[in-house]
Design a protein around this ligand. Sequence first.
Ligand code: NAD
Length: 510
Amino acid sequence: MTELADAPVTEHERSTTRIPHWIGGARVDGTSGRSGPVYNPATGVQTGAVDLASVEEVDGAVQSACEAFVTWRETSLAKRAELFFAIRELFHARRKDLAEVLTAEHGKVLSDAMGEVARGLEVIEFACGIPTLVKGGFSEQASTGIDVYSIRQPLGVVAGITPFNFPAMVPMWMWAPAVACGNCFVLKPSEKDPSASLLTAELLKEAGLPDGVFSVVHGDKVAVDALLEHPGVAAVSFVGSTPIARYIYETGTKHGKRVQALGGAKNHMIVLPDADVEMAADAAVSAGYGSAGERCMAVSVVVAVGDVADPLVDAIKQRLPNVKVGNGLEPENEMGPLITREHRDKVASYLESGAEQGATLVTDGRETAPEGDGFFLGVSLLDNVTTEMDAYRDEIFGPVLSVVRAETYDDAVGLVNDNPYGNGVALFTRDGGAARQFQFDVQAGMVGINVPIPVPVAYYSFGGWKASLFGDTHAYGPESIHFYTRGKVVTSRWPDPATSKVDLGFPQTR
Ligand code: NAD
């Protein structure tokens, strides 16, 4: 990333599409003189050059958001709800356009990109209920002649810093509740696939969102640090890898901001001996290789308990030759490329290190990757993986599924609980009692029972435990309303002035 930041603009980049910022309701060309390359991962060809913001440009976006906040926070709940219904309709109508932008820069297959937009739309639908969501409480006659009520008010300007793997949905997790709550939102999207954020900005404007309420500043560490240090930014939401999440949390809170920082993951899918093996294999393949494994909720490790291991590994292996890998725009393909050449090579290196460290390389995706310059790797399966191996310890974030064999249920759950991450986890079983015990025992934020990718619906909140979350508020759902507002409690009385007297005692509730 620093490499990109320091690179001067080349002739080739000048011939590709320029991807500017969005500030004050319009596209604004960057003035820093720095840009980063954007690729079509399916072809390996550079298609764009994204402007990387300077500290001054970030300041300009925050100033514009601060100005917009004055009017936006006064906009009635009725008007905000009406606007969110319009936003929902427009995003729904243009969902295919948005999905195509995602496929072009991220590489995920179009059907998966449509799924991303659909899950993001659910959060916009949740935000349509904003009048109910920010409703306070009221206690009449809390003390004699005294009423007490609570209200929730927006924070001001809030920032979102988002990862490459969900360029539309993760920003929707943030801006929809933040803006509905009355805040102005500055998005710093991933510089690897930045165009979805510009289309988002254009659609929001078309739907009627006032200028300055939603802005986009592209950039790298320079822009992120400027947001973390800016006195005009009240809160920061982050989604990305664990080391950066930790940095964002520590730096943001040091500068007095409210911060929620969602980090990386290593999601386990435990298969008990009584599970339906065919169903478990279908689930492992779908959740392990969907979006080329570049999902924070992807299944990365299958924990096969007892004698289910051999039939399960066989059933997974049999399915792999049928997974169609290729350009995401071609409808027959089920899995696209990885985000960059470097990331593809890093993912592939775990096949080598896994085999060297004693795992069994059952299926080697390097042998099945489509030809050409695209950043492809075929689906890969490692068996007999142990907890000391790099393939187990690191978040691979690619189409590599590891199988760890455990003797008992207790061993399997112990493995999950000892892992530093705690994002998603799944259990496959036909035993209701075991499932209930599992949801009680397991240390993870999102649990699936015979559901391999338990991403909560929009009216619950999304978030992990341990190194998968810094801060204590999860994304979207009720916790997002809490995160993007501050509580205020009003105690009021309307006494008869004739009864007024001086009383230096501490107010008592009688
Ligand atoms: P990343 O951490 O590299 O980047 C995320 C954001 O941080 C980007 O906007 C990037 O520009 C910025 N950034 C990167 N390096 C920085 C630095 N040194 N200083 C300041 N800012 C920096 O993550 P990524 O590769 O874009 O996304 C993949 C990661 O995101 C995976 O670890 C995945 O598990 C995680 N993720 C987590 C969730 C979740 O909900 N927990 C969801 C999606 C992705």
